[in-house]
Design a binder for this molecule. Structure first.
Ligand code: PLP
Length: 281
């Protein structure tokens, strides 16, 4: 399949430059966009978040996001991707290795490729387990940067424990998970960490909150503790492509009755029809 390199669609060969700041410093931002029926979903939301991440890092995007968006859509068409993801990143560019920003005028480097992937509907229906681990990330988790080592270490712990996710906590407070946001249900209401500097404001998270308004399910964007997580009626995680996965057990603690919860199921069902709508538009 083909890749996007800056504004060119080309063969997916080895374009990595050893002095790309993405490679040496993780100095860049990225997005993962879900594709269904050949349609990238929530493109505007992803482009808006990309713009914000770049701005917070004082990284100048090489093109207006409207053009980046067009290039990504072209890539999906060229690769004839029906279902999967677009991975895209923008690094601060290629320059002799110095920590400080390179010379003004150094061009940011954009790359993107697509990957075929089908939805893990089994996990969505049946749920999975999670482990808990301390959130050791920096204090700007709201920026979607390429620096993902704490997330990598956390997810590896999950995998080694046959779990789908690692839920992160800073002291007593649950923040999010290694590559997803976390919601709990208690007495019919949802709780999720507020969108501040401690979490990535997930686009799936935002859609769920919007959806719950329509479904008359109250969502409290407020912090909750590890104990509240463990004694919740239901727990689920949300992320692009995985959508919503019910969490049935956290470490050794069973959540609720250990089965996917009713409210989680209701949200999942409406969530699926939500993107059917977007595909048709
Ligand atoms: N939190 C983290 C740390 C992530 O890496 C991700 C990405 O998938 C999410 C949350 C979920 O964000 P989104 O719903 O935009 O995919």
């Amino acid at each position: 399949s083909k890749m996007l390199y800056n504004d060119q669609i080309m063969e997916r060969d080895n374009n990595i430059n050893i002095e790309d700041r993405a490679y040496q410093f993780g100095d860049g931002v990225y997005e993962v966009i879900g594709v269904y029926d050949g349609t990238p979903l929530m493109m505007d939301e992803h482009m808006e978040r990309l713009e914000r991440s770049a701005r917070e890092l004082r990284l100048n995007l090489p093109l207006p996001v409207s053009e980046i968006k067009n290039n990504l859509e072209k890539l999906v068409d060229v690769n004839e991707l029906e279902e999967g993801i677009i991975y895209m990143q923008v690094s601060r560019g290629i320059a002799s290795r110095e920590h400080a920003f390179p010379e003004p005028g150094t061009q940011a480097v954009t790359i993107a490729y697509t990957r075929e992937e089908t939805r893990q509907s089994d996990l969505e229906d049946k749920g999975g387990t999670a482990v808990l681990t301390e959130d050791i990330r920096w204090l700007r988790c709201d920026i979607k940067t390429l620096n993902l080592l704490p997330n990598v270490m956390a997810k590896q712990k999950a995998v080694e424990n046959n779990s789908v996710e690692a839920i992160l906590h800073r002291g007593d407070i649950v923040t999010e998970a290694s590559a997803s946001n976390v919601f709990i249900v208690k007495n019919g209401e949802l709780y999720t960490h507020p969108a501040d500097n401690y979490i990535l404001n997930g686009i799936t998270r935002k859609s769920i909150i919007q959806l719950c308004n329509e479904l008359n399910i109250k969502v409290n964007e407020q912090t909750y503790t590890v104990d509240e997580l463990l004694s919740a009626d239901e727990v689920f995680i949300s992320a692009t492509k995985q959508d919503i996965i019910p969490i049935l057990k956290v470490d050794d603690q069973m959540i609720g009755d250990g089965k996917p919860g009713k409210i989680t199921h209701k949200i999942l069902k409406s969530f699926r029809s939500l993107y059917q709508k977007e595909i048709r538009n």
